[in-house]
Write a protein that binds this ligand. Sequence first.
Ligand code: SF4
Length: 220
Amino acid sequence: MLKDGEKGAVVQRDKKTYAIVPHVPMGVITPELLRQIADTAEKYGVQALKLTSAARIAMVGINEEDIDAVWAELGADPGAAVGPCVRSIKACPGTTFCRLGMQDSLGLGTELDKKYHGYSLPSKFKIGVSGCINQCAENCIKDLGFVGKRKGWTVAVGGMGGARPRLAEMLTTEINTEEALKLTQKIMDFYRANAKKRERLGKLIDRVGMEELKKAVLEG
Ligand code: SF4
């Protein structure tokens, strides 16, 4: 049996078959990849195609001996679905498509995805980018969230779901996209340097205080 994450596969409840999740940045998929996923699923008798909460398509119920061939046919990279790292980044359509968008959430999300998808951290790390205050990317339960407003991005940190959900707290506001990318790196550096193993960013903030984080990432 494969270890969780080996070959980009996660063992399923039946303890025999696996799910794989092709990387589909921001949930924006090409017709070609969509067709390829459907054709490959049929060819290898995949039990289900499950749209995930992270806007990806999980191919569920694959036999172990077929995993390499399925990846080869897809021609796609695995999404970082397990382990202590930056998971898929959720971004709404923003100014690219949505009439309410104030900022380019798909653009910022794409930059973040290129740099950080799968980036190793003390625990799993979720990012949400929304083009306006409606927060369709569910920023309030993300470790790091950006909300587009007229004058730039508002940044919130420390949100999470799970057994003890925690809402994100505002870190700063009115920053541009370049500043948002720099701030992201500072937050990751602080998190890496201070968190215990498997400690989510919100738990770290509860332990050391929001002021410590602000001092480290906003000053200087
Ligand atoms: S968060 Fe705002 S911009 Fe993004 S999809 Fe929702 S309504 Fe549109």
